[in-house]
Write a protein that binds this ligand. Sequence first.
Ligand code: E4P
Ligand code: PEP
Length: 351
Amino acid sequence: MQRTSDINVVETRVLPAPETLFAELPKTESQSDFITRVRGDIHRVIFTEDKRFLLVIGPCSIHDLEAGRDYARRLAALAAEVSDRILIVMRVYFEKPRTTVGWKGLIMDPQLDGSHDIETGLRTARAFLREVLDLGLPTATELLDPITPQYIADLICWSAVGARTTESQTHRQMASGLSMPLGFKNGTDGTLGAAINAIKAASQPQTFMGVSVDGRASAIVTRGNPNCHIVLRGGSAGPNYSPEHIAETEAVLTKAGLLPSILVDCSHANSAKKPELQPDVMRAVVEQVTAGSTSIIGAMVESNLAAGSQPFPQPKSDLRYGVSITDGCIDWATTEQLVRDTYAALAPRFS
Ligand SMILES: O=C[C@H](O)[C@H](O)COP(=O)(O)O
Ligand SMILES: C=C(OP(=O)(O)O)C(=O)O
């Protein structure tokens, strides 16, 4: 008989059930309390009941755990210093959507060598998230593969659906069942429609196929996620964080019957993918906030220990410490200065 399926499948590796990883790497009671409290804080920021500025900041992707820990320790100290005006959440990004092909992040390829040991990737992600939380630092990630949340979402305070997947029904359904506040990015073309439709779809009950905690294919029935908002990241036509863009986004959200809560991504097309421009974008955004904008709830910044990015793939031993292997970032000194400047600029809001 002619084979009609799996013609292009080379191997199927069964993964451990989510509950196996929960048992191996459990969430502690204090982590659980912390996540619940931070998610509540972010909810209040989205609903403008908390005046603090939500800042999602950190590496474009985590590829070196030691550098990730080093960064998290520094950010935790800084976050504690500014916590009365800025709610800092660390980008702990383990999944990378690619324009064509490339390294897809630590979950998909934890050895950085194309071996795609996803089982180790999932364990590594869980273990690292617990370390970040134990520093008293809230966690943010992009959820890309719809099965991933079953393994790590209990350790995430805020998540994103990226520009390349906001229009996907699969991701909107996934978002409708997630327990944390979530930002949908505008599309790579810069238009808002897909994100607006995504917020609407994710707020509704949905039924879709997924994996249960014991690892079986299941129909998942959700309640809808009421804590979704838009993230402006610019697009092929250029940046979209100017007062005019913010006013237009506010109007479109209001017309759609949605809360006009906007987080501005200072990276990606808002900085023309030039990481060193992010502080300028951030300053322009904070200026709008101090001038009275109530729709801007915060910003996102790609930051690492060292500036820029390095080519990848290359031998692991040749990689420079603290330098991104995906999008370019600002370095730690610039990050610290930017956060302190933002803290100072926000003073009038709290006086
Ligand atoms: O933030 C990360 C990247 O911009 C996104 O994953 C796309 O990356 P690529 O265009 O290098 O594939
Ligand atoms: C991939 C990312 O962004 P975008 O979806 O906006 O390209 C990201 O923030 O890492």
